[in-house]
Design a protein around this ligand. Structure first.
Ligand SMILES: [Zn+2]
Ligand SMILES: [Zn+2]
Length: 357
């Protein structure tokens, strides 16, 4: 195997600073590890949270990045589901598959020491040429024949999150579903919600270009701004609000908007990660009998998502508005972080990318 010794890795140096560094190519540490050559990665808002110090468990010095696809380069003796040469998606969650939580599908709460969101946060991630993936049997999913790297890029993180959000929201065919926020995860959520065939989908979004994106790609979806959202939802529903609300925005007033726009006995699913605590004014909502579902992704449906992509049911490639080689990742961050040039998501190509197309 003609593996290199050193590689480029985008690194969390200290609060406020990431830098592209030369690091040794990682090796396998445990029998259940795999080494993946990253062919395509992306930048997530969570990476920016690390950069700005709002993820306290993020370890300085680690390589960031937790959205990527690649080719398996090496596997440990305990790995059974993938082999060298396989094209794979990498799951944002590291999970053992055996503990109490994993057995019930609650993989976000895996009890293994490296369980949960570890890659690109507590251990080296994938904005690099290579990444070591622990618990590879769980964390890697083979990309079906005919599915490109760009089609599979978001499977392990924002698509897993969106798919899980749609799954737990108990959507029925008669429902009106309100999705708050049309950022990358909001748009992925929209795609996953549509698979449940609800009667109507309303998207609440403030930014003009994101509103335009939704109108262009999903003409049957109704779009409204936050100021008019409550009245709009009331006007388009028969029972005083949406049957299901999925809150993906995480802005200052969107949690309140979510439960205000819900009809009595609705399900309100909160996917958003807030910067500060939110108020649940129980006296105001007394008798509304809402069901709240909250939390981080239990990303254990990646094979199903990949099959849906292969079958043409999910297509997130229009989200990729910009492409950069890994060597220019600084510029990719500048554009993504400052929301320049109509960016939604950037694709970052590994030096040996392209082979996985
Ligand atoms: Zn992410
Ligand atoms: Zn576990």
């Amino acid at each position: 195997m003609d593996k290199k010794d050193s590689m480029l890795a985008y690194t969390y140096v200290e609060r406020g600073r990431f830098a592209l560094k030369e690091k040794p190519v990682p090796g396998l540490k445990e029998p259940h590890d795999a080494l993946v050559r990253v062919t395509l990665g992306s930048i997530c808002t969570s990476d920016l949270h690390i950069k700005h110090g709002s993820v306290p468990r993020a370890v300085p010095g680690i390589t960031v990045g937790h959205e990527m696809v690649g080719v398996v380069e090496q596997v440990g003796s305990g790995v059974t589901t993938v082999r060298p040469g396989d094209r794979v998606t990498v799951n944002v969650e590291t999970f053992c598959g055996e503990c109490f939580f994993c057995r019930q599908g609650y993989v976000n709460n895996c009890e293994a020491p490296d369980g949960g969101w570890a890659l690109g946060c507590r251990i080296d991630g994938g904005q690099a040429e290579y990444v070591r993936v622990p618990h590879a049997d769980q964390g890697l999913n083979r990309i079906p024949e005919g599915v490109s790297d760009e089609q599979a890029l978001f499977v392990g993180d924002i698509l897993a999150t969106s798919f899980w959000a749609a799954r737990i929201s108990e959507i029925k065919e008669d429902d009106t579903v309100l999705i708050i926020g049309a950022g990358p995860t909001g748009i992925c959520t929209l795609q996953c919600v549509r698979l449940k065939r609800p009667r109507r989908v309303i998207v609440c979004e403030k930014a003009e270009e994101r509103t335009r994106f939704v109108c262009t790609h999903y003409p049957e979806v109704l779009v409204v701004g936050p100021d008019d959202c409550r009245d709009f939802v009331l006007a388009h529903t028969a029972h005083g609000g949406a049957d299901v609300v999925i809150e993906v925005a995480g802005a200052d007033d969107t949690f309140r908007l979510a439960w205000e726009c819900a009809r009595p006995n609705a399900v309100v699913t909160v996917v958003a990660l807030y910067d500060r605590a939110q108020v649940l004014p129980l006296p105001d909502m007394y008798g509304k009998n809402l069901t709240f579902k909250t939390g981080g992704v239990d990303g254990c449906d990646c094979d199903e998502i990949l099959q849906l992509i292969a079958g043409g049911k999910i297509d997130t490639t229009p989200l990729i508005t910009h492409r950069f080689p890994l060597s220019e990742i600084e510029e990719a961050y500048r554009i993504f972080e400052n929301r320049l040039d109509g960016v939604i998501k950037v694709a970052v190509e590994g030096p040996a990318g392209g082979t996985g197309r």
